[in-house]
Design a protein around this ligand. Structure first.
Ligand code: GRG
Length: 319
């Protein structure tokens, strides 16, 4: 949906039209993203109703339903379809990924972490509900994500579902988001952060959940080892490209476009890809990573077009 209500969370038509879509010239990326996003929003809305104690459910929904590109769920569904699975079997995991991602944004914005006031175009969760409730809203979303996919996934054998649960846990734990965040916090204000430390931070903080999104989608459909490895490599490349573009946008985009405070990295003296390479080289590296990601999937022909187009979207996005 190209919504006027929440400009921070929509996919800009112009971005998509100017994207490099050579792999998908006949593919309606705008329609695809908008249809998938609506589907995910509807499922998320139903997943967490407001019951007693209302305050915590309202706080969880406040951030979860504030929009966002819904990139992780869309990647999960696309990978499941690539591997021959259905949208229905991927949707609960897709929603769980968005719950986990939203949880990480709530905690990342806390005063003890990035201390931010604005997210997805709205006051951050702790600004609206207080730190205590924001921490609990994150905890509630994280725990419920696992319950939700375990209880609601149809047509998937239990042992496959167990692999998905393990993969997600690995992406969130100290082996993933948590580990990346710790090194990020330790690196703040440190003048000489190396490229390998920067890569570690982002492969874990941002890349792990993006990779899990694609890999769990393929796992749900019972993909073979070669496809899982190709999906993994595709996702590692788009994950890094995504973060490089995120760093560039922190400098070039406005707070209104981003829906969060712009220029935060410079202000916090954070090491970023543009600080190491400059903006033009960062953009070139991101494009190269997207091409490498797409090359992993060319053997799947037209079946891979949505994932190819999603990779293009990552470098073309403006928010
Ligand atoms: C997971 C237990 C647990 C703790 C969290 C706070 C933390 C540990 C990790 C931080 C993870 C984080 C916030 C990484 C940044 C990832 C990133 C680039 C977010 C922006 O993603 P978009 O652009 O956002 O997809 P939208 O709003 O579109 O969904």
């Amino acid at each position: 949906m190209i919504s006027a209500e929440n400009p921070y969370t929509t996919v800009s038509v112009q971005d998509l039209l100017t994207a490099n879509v050579e792999h998908s010239s006949a593919f309606d990326l705008i329609g695809y993203l908008s249809q998938r996003r609506d589907m995910v929003e509807t499922a998320l809305d139903k997943a967490i109703p407001v019951v007693y104690p209302e305050k915590i459910y309202e706080a969880m929904r406040y951030s979860l339903m504030a929009g966002g590109k819904r990139l992780r769920p869309i990647l999960c569904i696309a990978a499941c379809e690539l591997a021959g699975g259905s949208i229905e079997m991927a949707l609960p995991t897709a929603c769980a990924l968005e719950m986990i991602h939203t949880m990480s944004l709530i905690h990342d914005d806390l005063p003890a972490m990035d201390n931010d006031d604005l997210r997805r175009g709205k006051p951050t969760n702790h600004k609206k509900y207080g730190e205590d409730i924001a921490i609990l809203a994150g905890d509630g979303l994280l725990a419920y994500a696992f319950e939700y996919l375990a209880v609601h996934t149809p047509q998937v054998p239990a042992e496959r579902l167990l692999q998905v649960v393990a993969r997600l846990g690995h992406a969130v734990a100290a082996t993933g988001l948590v580990g990346g965040q710790v090194v990020d916090l330790e690196s703040e204000g440190v003048g000489d952060v190396t490229l390998s430390t920067l890569n570690f931070i982002h492969a874990h903080k941002t890349g792990a959940l993006l990779e899990a999104s694609v890999v769990t989608g393929a796992q749900l459909a019972g993909a073979d080892q070669e496809m899982l490895e190709r999906c993994s490599q595709y996702a590692r490349n788009i994950g890094l490209a995504f973060q490089i573009i995120d760093d560039v946008l922190d400098i070039t985009a406005t707070g209104e476009e981003l829906g969060k405070t712009a220029g935060k990295d410079l202000q916090a003296q954070k090491a970023t890809y543009p600080s190491l390479w400059g903006i033009p080289e960062s953009q070139r590296q991101a494009h190269h990573l997207v091409e490498q990601a797409q090359a992993e999937l060319t053997i799947y022909g037209t079946q891979a077009i949505p994932l190819m187009a999603l990779a293009d979207f990552i470098t073309a996005r403006k928010s």
